[in-house]
Ligand binder design. Structure first.
Ligand code: AMP
Length: 222
């Protein structure tokens, strides 16, 4: 099966993508994580994306499509489905994804819309910390995501930093970008009858239960 998570930054998509992809043996593909890895590795693509990401704007469709389609192909070769987190983010990306999947005799099974209040988004993003070395995510106030040693990554021991695009001004700009570019996808997928709304202010466990009930109802399996 192939699933898409749509929702504003800070809606908790990444946390749930990690848990669900393990449970359902899906390959999680987070466009933002892949782009940040390119920035850390100082690739040509990373150089092109860095300024755009730090301003809270969207990287071009062509660039994102090519990296994501490459990863989806790798997942399909392993006979696995994908859980797309933060892709597509524009109607152009969604149309290109449909075409790509049809060309691979595949399709999307469900699009989960994380409907989250602005207060919750600001609280989540302002407390988020990332490892500058390996990209692992933490949260200052969420007991499930707090690092074991303050300020240091559990996985590689390197210092944690705040993402430049998690500063208050940029958060606001990212939310505007979401409303303008990404929110129209809700109607796009609703018209295709594959959109399911989830209320994103629940705690992690309640939310997982809600998603699992939905998957069972839809009889979504690997
Ligand atoms: P995220 O980690 O999902 O919040 O993404 C961080 C940033 O990466 C976004 O604010 C965009 O600048 C860029 N980005 C991530 N996914 C996409 C996408 N599908 N299309 C364009 N830009 C993206």
């Amino acid at each position: 099966m192939n699933v898409v998570f749509i929702g504003p930054p800070g809606a908790g998509k990444g946390t749930h993508a990690t848990i669900l992809s393990e449970k359902y043996s899906l390959v999680p593909l987070a466009a933002g994580d892949i782009l940040r890895q390119h920035i850390r590795n100082k690739t040509e693509l990373g150089r092109k994306a860095k300024d755009v990401i730090e301003k809270g704007e969207l990287v071009s469709d062509d660039l994102v499509n090519s990296i994501i389609f490459h990863e989806i192909e790798a997942a399909f070769l392993q006979k696995k489905g994908v859980l797309l987190d933060g892709f597509p983010r524009t109607i152009g990306q969604a149309e290109a994804l449909d075409k790509f999947l049809t060309g691979h005799r595949s399709a999307l099974d469900a699009v989960l819309n994380f409907d989250t209040s602005e207060d919750m988004i600001i609280a989540r993003l302002s407390g988020r910390r990332v490892c500058a070395n390996c990209g692992a995510n933490y949260h200052l106030r969420n007991p499930l995501l707090r690092p074991k040693k303050e300020g240091l990554c559990d996985k590689c021991g390197q210092p944690l930093t705040q993402r430049k695009d998690d500063q208050p001004e940029t958060i606001r700009h990212r939310l505007e970008t979401y409303q303008k570019e990404t929110a129209p996808l809700i109607g796009y997928y609703r018209r295709k009858n594959i959109l399911y709304d989830l209320h994103g202010d629940y705690d992690v466990n309640e939310f997982q239960d809600e998603i699992q009930t939905l998957f069972e109802k839809l009889k979504l399996t690997v």
